[in-house]
Design a protein around this ligand. Structure first.
Ligand SMILES: NC(=O)c1ccc[n+]([C@@H]2O[C@H](COP(=O)([O-])OP(=O)(O)OC[C@H]3O[C@@H](n4cnc5c(N)ncnc54)[C@H](O)[C@@H]3O)[C@@H](O)[C@H]2O)c1
Length: 289
């Protein structure tokens, strides 16, 4: 199948570098008109200019998505530049790494301010427009850190929240023509360098050295195309050569019934049928049921 983004206008946040930049470049190569947002306006303009020089259509935007009003401003800028909006990639992200005991209030507020509140403001503004036109695709960039990783209290929790927002928005928007999915990427960027430095310092097993950011762009762009029209509420993991889906949090069988659970009967359950259902720690490959 030849997938295209021709005729679509896409906003990519945090696209002045890394995975966002690679996504903006591939989306443009697939025919999309692209709004390249980044806190670093010079970086965003460089990416947009190079897309234009390569024959594509792109404009830059220097907004800070950590400010709530930026979401609406990005939608307005896309409509002004292209007259339409078909896709949003909530890619901009803030990374902090520290053990729980050393995590600061600022770590929590900074990561949640951009990764959760900023992504929500952008999604809300985009969804309002997309609902009115009856079509659109929102892609949230989450992380394997949502499963629990050493040192990622603030960042992991923010990405777990964004995964939950993906499920929530997908449920709300189902049937409207607007889809919400997520990608859990892996790339060799400054974020992965910080992770490996931390892991070395804390004698934690090293994460894999990721592929270049461009390796992640096809999965993100696929979700923006009409070829993915049947996908909603999915978290796609792309990790180098490995393409998979992430499981959703779900109620795990067996469900034990007892009209009046007591501490002792719960203890018996955990020593009995629930003993083999304890969940592993960290990012693991779940066996298929
Ligand atoms: N690199 C990985 O292996 C990896 C793994 C899992 C998830 N992610 C996620 O992928 C996304 C991209 O990560 P990356 O590795 O390319 O990071 P990166 O740091 O290389 O790029 C992030 C970009 O976002 C911009 N940005 C940051 N805050 C912003 C704000 N408030 N408003 C607008 N732009 C802002 C930065 O200026 C930067 O250009 C992030 O959401 C990250 O959490 C990355």
């Amino acid at each position: 199948m030849a997938c295209t983004l021709g005729g679509k206008a896409i906003v990519v946040t945090g696209a002045g570098g890394g995975i966002g930049e690679a996504t903006a470049r591939l989306a443009a190569a697939l025919g999309a008109q692209v709004l390249v947002n980044d806190l670093n306006g010079d970086a965003a303009e460089t990416v947009a200019r190079e897309i234009r020089e390569a024959g594509g259509d792109a404009v830059s935007n220097a907004g800070n998505i950590g400010q709530w009003a930026t979401g609406q401003a990005l939608v307005a800028a896309a409509l002004k530049a292209f007259g339409r909006l078909d896709g949003l990639v909530n890619n901009a992200g803030v990374f902090r790494i520290a053990p729980l005991a050393e995590t600061t209030e600022d770590d929590m507020r900074a990561t949640f301010g951009v990764n959760v509140l900023g992504s929500t403001a952008c999604a809300q503004a985009a969804a309002r427009h997309m609902l009115a036109q009856g079509s659109g695709s929102i892609v949230n960039i989450v992380s394997g850190a949502q499963c629990g990783m050493h040192g990622l209290t603030a960042y992991g929790a923010s990405k777990g929240a964004l995964a939950t927002l993906t499920y929530t928005w997908a449920v709300e928007l189902a049937g409207s023509g607007v889809r919400v999915n997520a990608v859990s990427p892996m790339a060799n960027t400054q974020m992965s360098h910080q992770t490996r430095d931390y892991q070395t310092a804390h004698a934690v097993p090293l994460s894999a050295n990721g592929p270049p950011p461009s390796a992640n762009a096809p999965a993100i762009c696929y979700l923006l195309t009409d070829a993915a029209a049947g996908l909603n509420g999915q978290v796609v993991r792309i990790s180098g050569s490995a393409l998979t889906l992430m499981t959703h949090p779900a109620i795990l069988a067996p469900v034990l019934e007892n009209p009046s659970w007591t501490v002792d009967s719960i203890a018996d359950a955990f020593e009995g049928p629930l003993a083999i259902r304890h969940q592993p720690l960290g990012v693991v490959q779940a066996a298929l049921a």
